[in-house]
Design a protein around this ligand. Structure first.
Ligand code: PLZ
Length: 441
């Protein structure tokens, strides 16, 4: 894999055990001033970042295997993105597109219409967060179909707003204590090969039977699914599951919506995870990697569906902010220029090669995923999820200067989401820390 130039030295180095004094002082201010719910996973406060590295307030350099949960695909201080933001900010920071429009909003929409799967006529609506994109996809689907019900899946994550927390699967910490959930959301089993052992076809048959028995089609607006599950455990459905589900949706006039907020935008080795099985979703939601770290999200899809809601019925003050649009155009260009889709596949090869040191390890049940979205699931010899072990491994990595995240309904999956501009020696160094942590845990 070729090296990509970065502004900061690309190496892990710990000056002091993190958190050092400067981070500790900042964290004391956090505890006094920020709501208790906002608990950072890393004890160190970041002051600089770039390539595959994040630097903290005490001068420690961490290897970043999280990318701010899959956001900084082109790096956290990509020069082209930074320049685009500065140039846009020098002209205007905000007008609200509904009030006074600007080209960037239109240009990002054009680009998404072009790169999303399918050559049918498409349109796009821009928003700011992933949850907002999901909310709007559901609004649009309900408006187009005149139906109310929405099917979602076991272990799904779609956000934390009122509608999306109902669509998200996990009770704690996302739903418990947060009031009445939105109605007309139905959860069904998906495909989780390690746990259900079903082929794609059999899993789809089970899913479809459940939908037909428990939801029906007369009032079903859409099925919303992550083509590779994110927070739910980096679960890749068995081949054939997603195409069969899409086929059933088509045959029943139910909209097929993919949530590519975590898996999309070059992460899995193609522009979209939906591309791998030639899916053509009716609607597709994006965010995270879309704008190089700026808050931007989108719903893109069939023009007839997207045009169902009337003028003024979608939008938001900050939706498609001009700085975020400028950043997005630059980030999408960087993905092309640096050929980051194929780099994601190279990253997968290196990850699998380094993790092969764990072959036969008693608690490593599976290494799975695609491109630079790889998860390691830990089960004990009885097939029980090892959440405590998993968080111990993640803690050991952070202590050694490698930022990793966990995920999974049972909290027993380590996920790797490095920036796609990470260099090979940094990647291999971080992976060797992870392998060590697993072997000593
Ligand atoms: N859909 C597939 O991954 C966000 C959120 C972490 P927002 N995932 C990270 C957390 O603890 O809240 C996500 C996702 C998928 C929707 C969302 C929601 O995106 O930008 O966080 O609203």
């Amino acid at each position: 894999m070729q090296n990509i130039d970065a502004r900061l030295p690309q190496r892990r180095s710990l000056q002091s055990p993190a958190p050092g004094p400067a981070s500790q002082a900042l964290d004391a201010r956090r505890a006094d001033n920020c709501a208790r719910a906002l608990q950072p996973g890393l004890p160190a406060y970041i002051v600089d970042g770039g390539g595959g590295i994040l630097v903290d307030a005490d001068g420690n350099s961490f290897i970043d295997f999280a990318s701010g949960i899959g956001v900084t695909t082109v790096g956290s201080s990509n020069a082209a993105v930074t320049e685009a933001i500065i140039e846009a900010a020098q002209r205007f920071t905000h007008t609200c597109f509904l009030n006074a429009p600007y080209e960037g909003f239109v240009a990002v929409s054009e680009k998404l219409n072009q790169i999303t799967p399918g050559d049918h006529a498409k349109k796009t609506a821009l928003f700011s967060t992933g949850a907002e994109a999901i909310e709007n996809a559901v609004k649009i689907a309900r408006n187009f179909t005149g139906r109310n019900r929405v099917v979602v899946f076991d272990a799904a994550f779609h956000g934390r707003t009122n509608l999306t927390m109902a669509m998200t699967s996990k009770n704690k910490p996302y739903k418990a204590g947060f009031g009445t959930l939105a109605s007309d959301i139905y959860r069904v089993p998906g495909s989780y090969p390690l746990r259900d052992g079903l082929s794609g076809e059999d899993a789809a048959r089970r899913t479809i039977r459940t939908i037909e028995q428990q939801v029906g089609t007369e009032d079903l607006a859409c099925v919303v699914i992550e083509p590779v599950q994110g927070e739910g455990g980096f679960v890749v459905p068995a081949p054939g599951f997603l195409p069969a589900l899409q086929r059933w949706c088509r045959d029943n006039d139910v909209l097929f919506v993919t949530d590519e907020i975590q898996a999309g935008i070059a992460r899995t080795g193609q522009w979209f995870a939906s591309c791998d099985e030639d899916l053509t979703p009716d609607l597709i939601t994006t965010a995270k990697g879309l704008a190089g770290g700026m808050p931007l999200s989108a719903v893109t899809g069939r023009a007839d569906v997207m045009d169902a809601p009337g003028p003024g019925s979608l939008g938001g003050t900050y939706a498609g902010n001009p700085l975020a649009c400028a950043a997005s155009l630059a980030a999408l260009e960087e993905i092309d220029r640096l050929n980051l889709t194929s780099r994601a596949r190279e990253i997968e090869t290196i990850i699998r090669e380094e993790l092969s040191a764990l072959d036969g390890h008693p608690t490593v049940a599976e290494v799975r995923g695609r491109g630079a979205m790889i998860g390691i699931e830990f089960l004990n010899s009885d097939g029980e999820p090892c959440a405590e072990l998993t968080s111990r491994i993640a803690g050991a990595c952070k202590k050694a200067g490698v930022i990793v995240l966990t995920c999974g309904s049972d909290g027993n999956v380590i996920r790797l989401l490095p920036p796609l501009v990470i260099n090979e020696d940094v990647l291999r160094d971080g992976l060797s820390v992870l392998v060590d942590a697993i072997q000593t845990a």
